[in-house]
Design a protein. Structure first.
Length: 340
């Protein structure tokens, strides 16, 4: 039966819908007595009853009402793809209702991970799958891909937040550009479209619909005087905040720093991951724009480019839907740009 479960799990892993709209809280309870053991090898049953975005599992099974009928109990949890045993414990002789307590499973990667749960009670063996889905991330920070703001000026922030330098002269000719939207310092969750119509600049968002994103805070900052920037905490910034989709007058400016702080909750399973590469040619051009802006303003010493690149995932953005409606006033948690 365990071999059949293993084959079913690997098949299910390739076809099941990964995003889940609930927040993982603690461990998922597997009540063996409530399961239909004749159906645990069926994909639809596993999706409904044995899949969850949880940190681990808790296994429960009634044994007997008498101490004289106590039975030896053993619980083993195996990662199906690798056959690695991640938990194995003998509980000795028990009666009443067996409860394993919370068993936390190791984090593997940004995927659904199939496990085989094997509960042995004397000569009876109960084998069932569990599909551990990636937990939904809540209240995380996001922004457009660009320069690390703490590298521009350490006084601005100690978070991973990024801002994007815009060459407005080029945008006036080209009409616009598209930027990745990053979240949690790890994932690409969509794209931002920057458009120019004369001296009016507009930023629109198109977020990945598969991630079931809930946007609870947003703002657009277009900063022409970089030397005057003292912080990127929206609660303390002196610069004007605009709404996503709002036309912004940039007349008289040749380059600006675009800063789009977001607060969002989403399902990360299946999203493209990104890695920040300070040596990427596009980011080198960003540094040149930043330093040219400082020199033209006469307000600061050019910032040195970081010398050690981290590598960059250049995979294309996933297809995105139209942008979400945004509140006019940003709602912001200063710590939200830090991965929990």
């Amino acid at each position: 039966m365990i071999n059949r479960l293993l084959a079913m799990l690997l098949c299910l892993l390739g076809v099941m819908l990964l995003p889940v709209a609930t927040l993982a809280e603690g461990c998922f309870l597997i009540d063996v007595d409530a399961l239909d053991m004749n159906s645990v090898s069926k994909s639809a049953y596993v999706r409904e009853h044995l899949s969850a975005p949880a940190q681990g599992v808790r296994v429960r099974k009634y044994i007997s009402s008498s101490n004289e009928l106590a039975a030896r109990v053993r619980l083993t949890i195996t990662q199906a793809e690798t056959s690695a045993v991640v938990f194995d414990k003998s509980y000795g002789y028990l009666s009443g209702t067996f409860d394993s307590g919370d068993v936390y499973l190791p984090y593997v990667d940004n995927n659904t991970i199939p496990y085989i749960i094997t509960l042995s009670i004397e000569d009876w063996v109960y084998a069932m799958p569990f599909m551990q889905q990636q937990p939904r991330l809540t209240g995380n920070g996001g922004c457009t891909y660009g320069l690390r703001l703490r590298e521009l000026n350490p006084a601005l922030t100690d978070t991973w937040a990024m801002g994007t330098m815009l060459d407005l002269d080029t945008l006036r000719v080209q009409g616009g550009l598209t930027l990745p939207v990053c979240a949690s310092n790890q994932y690409i969750v969509g794209q931002a479209s920057v458009s120019m119509d004369g001296d009016w600049l507009t930023v629109a968002l198109a977020l990945d619909p598969t991630a079931q994103i809930e946007l609870t805070g947003s703002a657009v900052y277009v900063i022409g005087d970089s030397a005057a920037l003292a912080t990127v905490n929206p609660a303390a910034m002196a610069q004007s905040a605009y709404a996503v989709g709002q036309a912004i007058d940039v007349s008289g400016l040749r380059s600006v720093l675009l800063y789009v702080p977001l607060v969002l909750s989403y399902n990360p399973a299946g999203l493209t991951e990104f890695r920040y590469d300070a040596g990427d040619p596009w980011l080198s051009a960003q540094w040149a724009l930043w330093n040219a802006g400082l020199q033209s303003e006469g307000g600061g010493t050019p910032a040195p480019e970081p010398a050690v690149p981290d590598g960059l995932d250049t995979a294309e953005l996933p297809e995105t839907a139209t942008g979400n409606e945004q509140p006019a006033e940003p709602v912001w948690d200063p710590d939200s740009l830090i991965i929990p």
